[in-house]
Structures are given as C-alpha cells and as structure tokens.
Design a protein around this ligand. Structure first.
Ligand code: NAD
Length: 258
C-alpha cells in the first residue's frame, strides 16, 4: 500500500468515525507489537512462528494441568515483556477517543493490560489478563503481577499459599471457555455499535473473530487496520494495511481538526 493510498483510506476512515454515534474498537496482539510485545501470527516475528514447542500443547488447559512448568517456561519471556510494557501511540489514541466521548468501548483479545494502562475505562478483555492469577485446586484469586515477578526471579511454578495448588494466570488457554460476562458484554456492545474499528488482529481466533461479522451483519461500518491481509478484509468498508501506531494518531488528529 503506498503512502497516498494510506492517506486516502485514513481520510475515509475518519469520515466514517465522524458519522458514527456508537464506535467500538476490537483489538488484537498487533496493536501491542509497537510496545515490544510480539504477536502470535505475524509472518516474520510472531510467537507461533518461532517456538519449537507445540502451542496447542503448552498453551492449552490440558497441557497446563499436565505440565505447568512447560507453560511457565514458555510464557516467561512474554510475561517479562508484558510486565514492563508501556502503551504506544495507538493505545493512547484509543484512550483519547474514549475521553472525547467518540469511542464507547474497547473489546480486546489481548492479555497485556495496555488499554487499562493507556487510560481506557470500558474494556472487555475477552481472553483474560495477567493482573490476577487463580489456584486451580481451591480457586482462590491472587494479584497476578507480584506472583509473576516472583516467578521471573526464581523460575519456580507459582503455588497457592493456602492449599499448595498450582496458580494459573487468568488468561484464557486453548480449550477454555471465554469469560461469560466479558463475552456477553462484548456481544452487546457489538450489536449496539454503528462502527467498529478492528485493529491488529489476524481474526483467526474464534469465537472472538465473529464479532466483526456480527457488527457488519447489523449494518455497522467496519474499518480494519492491520499490517497483513485478513480473511475478513472483503467485509470491511475500509482496510488499511499499515501500523496501528501510525494510523490511529492520524485519525485522532484529523478528528480534532474538524
Ligand atoms: P495474531 O498474532 O493472530 O495477529 C496479529 C495481527 O496483527 C497480524 O495479522 C499482524 O499482521 C498484525 N500486526 C502486527 N503488528 C501490527 C501493527 N504494528 N499494526 C497493525 N497490525 C499489526 O493476534 P490476535 O488476532 O490478537 O489473536 C491471537 C491471540 O493472541 C489472542 O488470543 C491474544 O490473546 C493472544 N496474544 C496476545 C498478546 C498481547 O496481549 N499483547 C500477545 C500475543 C498473543
């Protein structure tokens, strides 16, 4: 995509957002790559392309219960990066859009908490987050970050101080149900929106990837901002193949110029 193409598409996306009364954002790992957190499926740098372990094994509920040490060893670099990551200009633009009353909510597949750190307040974390961790034996919930920090120091699988059970970060692994309330609220927000900004998602993960389809079915305008093509590009009113941290601040600036 040339710079001129991108500029034209940003103009059109801005127009769609200006006309919207209920804008919702749907984000994926790509919005956070400019904060230093690798995504899963980017062709050159995605975590799934680099690992020598089977993702479905280490990052599944079944795999976690069988061998939590393998999960923790795999998640260690990601946890380290997430704990230290800062929101980039794409997250900050979304927080500003919410502050200005333009953006109603963020539905995210990310577990990195960067929308919260950027200042958004209405966020549905469909795949969980790392701010809490739960004992898989007695279900007591603990603050996640100090427990991950301890794990990063000693490399030992975190255990419950009450019953000795293994602690699992509150992230949704393969084979787990999505959190019921977050899913319901995301679906409600999707049905109500008249424009959806899809940012940094390959749209490969179900059922989250159904949300843009539902939005479109309800006649919402669909704007996709993603470096690579997605299989839902054909549904979108505008598709911008560029970095989110480049595009979103430009949309915000144009909205402010009006
Ligand atoms: P994905 O890895 O499947 O797809 C990411 C997409 O973002 C790719 O298509 C890529 O082209 C695009 N992208 C990469 N950098 C970009 C940028 N700077 N600007 C715009 N687009 C960019 O990610 P997904 O669709 O979110 O789904 C995978 C799962 O990954 C989710 O369940 C999520 O929980 C998990 N995940 C989350 C994080 C995180 O929290 N930051 C990191 C890795 C994986």
């Amino acid at each position: 995509m040339t710079d001129d193409d991108i500029t034209q598409k940003i103009d059109y996306a801005t127009q769609l957002i200006q006309n919207a009364k209920n804008l919702v954002a749907f984000t994926g790992a790509g919005i956070s790559t400019d904060s230093g957190i690798p995504d899963f499926r980017s062709n050159d740098s995605g975590l799934w392309k680099q690992v020598t372990v089977d993702p479905l094994e280490v990052a599944s509920l079944y795999g976690f219960r069988r061998n939590p040490q393998a999960f923790y060893d795999w998640v260690k670099p990601l946890a380290h990066t997430i704990i230290h990551a800062k929101p980039n200009s794409a997250h900050i633009a979304l927080a500003e859009l919410e502050k200005q009353g333009i953006l109603k909510s963020v539905i995210t597949q990310n577990i990195d908490m960067l929308h919260t750190r950027a200042g958004n307040s209405t966020i549905y974390e469909l795949h969980g987050h790392m701010r809490q961790t739960t004992c898989i034996r007695c279900y007591v919930v603990f603050d996640g970050v100090p427990i991950l920090e301890q794990f990063l120091r000693d490399g030992l699988v975190p255990r419950c101080e009450h019953c000795g059970g293994v602690l699992k970060p509150n992230v949704i692994l393969f084979g787990e149900q999505l959190p019921v309330r977050e899913l319901r609220d995301s679906q409600d927000a999707t049905k109500k929106c008249d424009a959806m900004l899809v940012i940094g998602s390959s749209l490969e993960v179900a059922p989250a990837n159904q949300l843009p389809v539902i939005a479109k079915r309800n006649n919402a305008k669909l704007i996709i901002i993603n470096l690579e093509e997605t299989h839902l590009d054909h549904l979108a009113d505008v598709v911008i193949h560029a970095r989110a941290a480049q595009v979103l601040p430009q949309i915000l600036a144009q909205l402010q110029d009006v």
